[in-house]
Design a protein around this ligand. Structure first.
Ligand SMILES: [Fe+2]
Length: 338
């Protein structure tokens, strides 16, 4: 009897110890993720400007590049574009594609052809490469989730993909953001070709509701191209005094942080990097939406081709604009993790 009691006690003790160990293991944080450095830009073309920007990327030696659409601007020259990229960055470099409006319907190139000659090379990527995809980098213990989408872009049937409120693609995007947060991935970056707010020529092609959803979800950084300029916003945040951002209007209460040093969770930063090589558009310094932006550059103001250069780690996101040879404009900002 005594023997069987002590067996029970011992069994109970070891079960208790085991569960205590499991609880402690769950509480002890794992190693911080390895830093990830990436570059991003769109509106590229096949000319000397594109080559200069690729030279900058090669010099920065990031782990990956996000090509934000509008690639060759010419039909039938996809291979030439891919050869230009791999000639500068090497055949194995992750030059990751999301379509622009120039290659989505085949008129000025075909995104599926580009995606064949510059295929995805990041492990664990989910979705439709070139059109709507997501990936965590590094795959194990990620520092960042990239979510690439294509609102406001016409495809082969002449219709845009459906990113309306509550649609399948809207929910896919929401889930990708929510899940990154619940999995504890430090940073969330959303990229697309189109934009909503700009001091350039383009309208809210990404959609007001979709853009406000990204702000509501406190996505850390939203990247776009489409307008051939560089612009970077302050951190913008929804709240009682800013229920939504409205195109063509500026609302001061939507700004949560106005200097270059920001804190995660207090809003979203938008950057347009439509300066990947093809050429520049004018900017309107008095555009009503200019109040949202910290800085901008275009054909008529500090013109520059170049790339955004971003590094994320467990503590912060640091970003800067790096101009191509012959240009001077720069920008830099940081977002600290709470
Ligand atoms: Fe473009």
């Amino acid at each position: 009897m005594a023997g069987s009691l002590s067996t029970w006690v011992r069994a109970g003790l070891s079960a208790g110890l085991l569960s205590l160990t499991m609880v402690l293991a769950a509480c002890v944080p794992g190693p911080p993720p390895e830093p990830v450095r990436f570059t991003a830009q769109g509106d590229i073309g096949l000319g000397a400007g594109a080559e200069k920007v690729l030279d900058v990327i090669a010099g920065l030696d990031p782990q990956l590049n996000l090509a934000l659409g509008d690639l060759s601007y010419k039909a039938g020259r996809e291979e030439e574009f891919c050869d230009m990229v791999t000639g500068k960055l090497g055949p194995e470099f992750p030059y990751q594609l999301i379509t622009g409006n120039h290659e989505s319907n085949g008129d000025d190139g075909d995104i599926d052809t580009f995606a064949r000659c510059l295929p995805n090379s990041l492990p664990g990527l989910e979705g439709e490469y070139g059109k709507q995809w997501r990936v965590d980098v590094p795959e194990d213990n990620p520092a960042v989730r990239f979510i690439m989408v294509s609102p406001g872009i016409d495809f082969n049937d002449g219709e845009p993909l459906d990113y309306s409120r509550g649609s399948e693609r809207w929910r896919w995007t929401e889930e990708a953001i929510d899940q990154a947060r619940s999995e504890g991935i430090p940073w969330t970056v959303v990229g697309m070709h189109t934009l909503c707010f700009s001091v350039g020529e383009k309208d809210c092609d990404a959609g007001k509701a979709f853009t406000n959803m990204l702000i509501d979800k406190k996505v850390d950084l939203v990247l776009s191209a489409h307008d051939h300029l560089y612009q970077r916003s302050h951190q913008v945040e929804l709240g009682a005094s800013c229920p939504e951002l409205v195109p063509d209007k500026f609302s001061e209460p939507c700004l949560s942080d106005k200097d270059g040093s920001m804190v995660q969770g207090q809003g979203t930063v938008f950057a347009t990097i439509g300066v990947g090589g093809v050429g520049l558009y004018d900017v309107k310094n008095k555009d009503p939406e200019a109040g949202y932006f910290s800085t901008w550059s275009g054909k008529n103001r500090n013109p520059a081709l170049g790339t955004l250069d971003v590094t994320v780690d467990a503590e912060q996101l640091t970003a800067r604009f790096v101009p191509a040879e012959g240009y001077k404009f720069t920008d830099s900002f940081t977002i600290e993790r709470k």
